[in-house]
Design a protein around this ligand. Sequence first.
Ligand code: SF4
Length: 300
Amino acid sequence: MIREVTGIRKIRMLYLQLLYRCNFTCLHCFHGKRLQYADAFTADEAACLLTLMRDEYGTEEVTLLGGEPFVYRDLPQVVHHAKEALGQRVEICTNGYRIERRLKEIAPHLDLLRVSLEGVGSTNDGIRRHGSYQSALNALSLARDLGVPTGATMTVTSRNIGEVLPLAGIMARLGVQQLKLHHLRPVGNAADHPELLVTGPAAYGRLREELAAANLPLEVIVDEDLSEHGAPQLCAPTGGPREIDRIEADPRGALTMSCKAVGKDSHAFWYEKSAGRIVHQPSASDELTLAVPDVVYARA
Ligand code: SF4
């Protein structure tokens, strides 16, 4: 149905939010009140969507997230199906909190474990949860010892913008291969914490200069909205046959193509779990009607 409406023939990666539930309530979480929702994919529904995306859109990769994917009971089944039955590249994005036992179980099928951190020590714990910094470092160390490649993500805020480089150094020493930096969008919990927003884009300019000069021994990927003059505009996904990089499914089945539309109920398409098909549900506020541009990522 996406192809019929937009002409898109290939979608390289599926971001699959397995559930809303999480063991954290981070100050900046875009899910906000939805962290309390019970919606979730069953393992069968997740497997069906993964298979549909591969068969109809040539999808090659899945990133499993939530909520917190490690509190999802059937995580091993979903990982196993994606890797063994479909041959997908499998990434998990987690808060890394006390995941050791389950990580050992799924490590052989995992291509990348990405852990979210919001700074060093108490800076991270103040935004995420007490004890979460050390737990995340433990998870990254275990993944390294198990031979699972690792990455990290950080949402840049007024509280942690001064800790990007120190965190990058710590990640590099743990063998983390990539640090991905996100721009804070005022949705969900972040809408209730305007003090986290970086006021004055000059701070982003300084951060980019520091990153460029640091010669860090890991790859740093930056949301281009983290720049003094904002990101270059990309066209929204309408018209002509072509390929897009990603689509994200929320735990209800709502599908979103632009990162900037995630968490805003701007979806034009749904995955109907019971029927195992994608349907078009246009509205005046969907991402196609509004031509919401995608996030642009670049190497720092
Ligand atoms: S940001 Fe991630 S870890 Fe934090 S509450 Fe949201 S889903 Fe959970």
